[in-house]
Design a protein around this ligand. Structure first.
Ligand code: NDP
Ligand code: AKG
Length: 480
């Protein structure tokens, strides 16, 4: 066991305490209280929005070099402390230590990427249709952004929302997810240590009430949300009612197609990575494995062998390959869907049993279910756990139709040696991201991220695409 942290909100550059009535627990061992937390509400959100509004004019006018320096310094500090913060992340969220440290490094690189973007804010000179008239476009900051973030990437997602917001001159009020406030707070503390002016980034810890207050606050000009589809739809409705900008990243039901010509070992490793690492708690996880007849039985047998051999355990144990679910509720969602799959005729090839451990934690047995039908609930609803199902198909054409036949469209993958099918898949998969001979999960930090259909809404996040959401264009005409 390690120390219990006492967290604060960050409002106007100061730590603002509360009654510490909340707590975040270590999902690997629930006797370990990672942090005691204040429970913010509408009043704290209002204070935070006022602080962000007060900081906005100064930050919007700050030289891009000032913004570069803060983000670059924060990125360096985060890299230096990745072993400690990655450990805190793994202790609080339950992903393994390499995953926790890897995610912290990813967040640090995101900060550094957007440090560079601060210096590259784009504008254009355009020809006018009128003689003697010149036209320029400028990218200007929007104002205050409300950022509502999930627990599954508790430092990378806050980083990839905060960094572009502030790089382009906006200010921020962020709400971390209930289960993972300590990791988010560590990032906010580092930004301030790196010289961020007071009020540019404000953190309010609390439950859905904090999210609701951010969405409803008239001082918040735009909202970026990552989380479930149901909550996301409500966030969009609330934002649009008062004409705030909104961007949503939500669920996935990501397909991985395996064609007969695939290298078996490679296909199995890609499926193992995409479906089970990070305990399957990735919106990009491959939860539907769509496998062609000729390779199906060999693929299922080898994947089952590898899934059964995964070492599930305490996230901080170096021997662990898969940590627990983040909360009891998430654990139960996985077991519930396993039952739903069985009731729908699915065959449990490996896993599916309640795991018994020497310590109290929210462990789930990684589970592979075969012989499922494309429109069964296990293949249409997001599980968000270490559960994958296989669907047998006769041809590439059938595989593509099955892959596209759900209401989500985040990431889609194919394993094949055929250039013809790979190219066709890249063109015709209805998803925001396609992966050829790669796992559906695990994306780069410097390129656009997002999906189609019910997976995403609004402009893309990350990389050069982030400028769209976090700036507005001014078109300036002048005559001499
Ligand atoms: N796309 C993705 O990356 C993610 C998808 N999910 C999906 O969501 C499911 C449930 O996870 P869960 O954590 O409950 O996701 P939620 O959508 O409930 O939570 C996401 C964020 O929204 C906040 N929130 C909750 N209710 C509201 C509201 N009414 N208005 C504004 N903000 C709100 C949450 O706060 P709080 O945590 O305090 O409740 C959290 O910060 C998962 O099983 C998975 O399917 C979950 C996480 C990430
Ligand atoms: O797969 C990844 O690298 C990113 C996944 C993600 O952003 C998410 O699950 O929310």
């Amino acid at each position: 066991m390690t120390d219990t942290l006492e967290l604060s909100h960050w409002i106007g550059g100061e730590k603002v305490g509360g009654d510490l009535s909340g707590e975040s627990l270590n999902p690997s061992d629930t006797r370990d209280v990672v942090a005691r937390t204040p429970k913010g509400g509408a009043a704290e959100v209002d204070q935070a929005v006022q602080a962000a509004r007060a900081a906005f004019p100064g930050w919007a006018d700050a030289s891009p070099e000032v913004r570069f320096d803060v983000l670059d310094r924060a990125g360096s500090l985060l890299m230096e402390r990745a072993p400690q913060i990655g450990r805190l992340l793994s202790r609080e969220e339950g992903k393994t230590l390499p995953e926790g440290i890897g995610e912290t490094m990813r967040a640090a690189r995101v900060l550094k990427y957007f440090a560079g973007e601060a210096l590259r804010v784009h504008g254009q000179n355009l020809a006018s249709t009128r003689p003697g008239v010149e036209i320029q476009t400028y990218r200007q900051p929007v104002g205050v952004f409300g950022l509502i973030t999930p627990w599954n990437f508790p430092i990378a997602i806050p980083a990839w929302k905060i960094a572009p917001a502030i790089a382009f001159g906006n200010t921020v009020v962020i709400k971390p997810a209930g289960p993972t406030p300590a990791t988010a707070e560590a990032l906010i503390a580092i930004l301030h240590e790196a010289g961020l002016p007071k009020g540019v980034v404000n953190l309010v810890i609390g439950d859905g009430d904090v999210g609701r207050a951010i969405v409803a606050h008239p001082g918040v000009d735009g909202i970026s949300f990552t989380g479930s589809q149901g909550v996301g739809a409500g966030v969009a409705e609330g934002a649009m009612k008062r004409q705030a900008r909104v961007q949503l990243e939500m669920g996935g039901k990501n397909p991985l197609i395996v064609l007969d010509d695939a290298n078996l070992e490679r296909a199995v490793n890609i499926a193992l990575d995409g479906s089970f690492f990070a305990t399957g708690q990735r919106c990009t996880a491959s939860s539907r494995l769509i496998v062609q007849d000729g390779i199906h039985d060999r693929f299922v047998a080898l994947l089952a062998e590898k899934v059964a051999a995964l070492r599930v355990g305490d996230a901080l144990d170096p021997n662990t390959q898969m940590g627990p679910a983040v909360t009891e509720a998430q654990r139960d969602v996985s077991y519930n869907y396993i039952d739903i799959a069985k009731d729908g005729g699915g065959r449990i090839v490996t896993g599916g049993e309640r795991l018994k451990f020497d310590k109290p934690g929210w462990y789930v047995q990684p589970t592979l279910i075969a012989d499922t039908l494309p429109d069964a609930r296990i293949n249409t609803e997001e599980v968000f756990g270490p559960v994958a199902s296989t669907i047998r198909v006769a041809s590439y054409e059938e595989a593509l139709a099955v892959a596209n036949g759900v209401e989500f469209g985040l990431s889609a993958g194919i394993v094949t040696q055929s250039l013809k099918y790979a190219r066709d898949f890249q063109r015709n998969a209805k998803a925001g991201m396609t992966m050829v001979n790669l796992a559906t999960a695990g994306v780069d930090y410097h390129v656009p991220f997002g999906g189609t259909k019910k997976s995403s809404y609004g402009p893309r996040e990350q990389g050069f695409a982030a400028v769209e959401f976090y700036t507005q264009i001014k078109t300036s005409y002048s005559a001499s």
